[in-house]
Design a binder for this molecule. Sequence first.
Ligand code: NAP
Length: 415
Amino acid sequence: MNAPLPAEVLKQHLIDPEICIRCNTCEETCPVDAITHDSNNYVVDPDICNGCMACVPPCPTGSIDNWRLVVRAEAYSVQDQLGWEELPGEKSLPADVEQAPEPVEAGNAQPSQAAASPASAMAAGAAVPPWSAAHPYVNLYTHKTPITATVVGNYRVTGADTESDIHHIVLDFGELPFPVLEGQSIGILPPGTDAQGRPHHARQYSLASPRDGERAGYNNLSLTVKRVTQDHGGAAAHGVCSNYLCDLARNDTVQVIGPFGHTFLMPNHPRANLIMICTGTGSAPMRAMTERSRRLIGSGDIGKLMLFFGARTERELPYFGPLMKLPRDFIDINLALSREAGQPKRYVQDLIRERAVQVRELLADRNTCIYVCGLKGMEVGVLEALREVMMQAGEDWSILHDVLRREGRLHFETY
Ligand code: NAP
């Protein structure tokens, strides 16, 4: 009689629902579409995931990096995971499998092999920060232990007669520590419950202020928030968190979690150059990096700053007035306006092509880092423009692209 086969053990990939901020980065990154979500959770399908690890470095919170040893036949299903409020504890395995040499990862691939697979290597941006970036703190405050901030400023930064109601919101943390770096983001917990009666999940916003505060030396930070009144298809929709934030008054309090993000960070070494490419509220991290650099002007340590900023019109471009007051020898500003009356429609990628010579000069310098933030749709257009700019000079973008990724010098944050 044959002995029964030992049960196969799976190192199952799971996402911690208590830390996840539902930013969709993992689902977008997964090369095999193993990650899915509903209104409650982001989850990993154990039948599809091959443990390639492509989703792990881009996750801003680390909630993606959770693993449980399970008997494969008893793996947590997608349906199980969608209902979770927290991760289950470790299970003890049956005696006949406990001594198994190496459990297989979710799917069958070993992480080291799969991480080098063509699919994961295709990610457009770097999975590491620039070499000189300062050390970021992440997840100091979570859904279970949020920090309370007080609103000390809330004003509109777009023309009052336009559809784009974008607010600059300043939050103060008083005596409580909330260390941040430019390029990081925070989560806001809107009050109330969703359609299922559960507390709303956190919504993520990039910092618009530098590490030493919206006002230098103060324990505060700022956000750039657009009031959402329509969905992507143009149908009427009420953004839960954006409307909550845009309606806040001075002295109101807000529940905050974070900070998040460990790769979209600015270089910290002298004379590093920044190419910043953004649309709309994607300008938040660019404002933070620009302001950090502006505060360092006296030190003589700052490199070149080149900004490509897209908006419908001047009046819908957040921070237009203050931006125009910055000295031209400090920052090279290029505005791409898509709906300005009497002007041709222009996107940031059009301006990158127009400024090809200067862009190439900066790209030739190993001290240059590139940041892209804003609408998802511009990602492809920006990459194509950079490819053309290099090609015009007979250079191979794909080689430079690999170097920029490897050296943490090209970063995307698009939604
Ligand atoms: P928007 O007003 O809808 O668009 C800004 C500009 O981008 C417009 O001129 C628009 O032109 C143009 N545009 C549209 N498609 C483009 C493409 N494929 N390539 C280049 N330009 C394109 O922008 P928004 O509503 O402020 O959205 C900004 C995005 O940033 C949102 O997706 C938001 O989630 C994201 N974001 C926000 C934060 C934050 O902290 N608030 C942080 C990171 C990212 P048209 O005239 O064609 O529309």
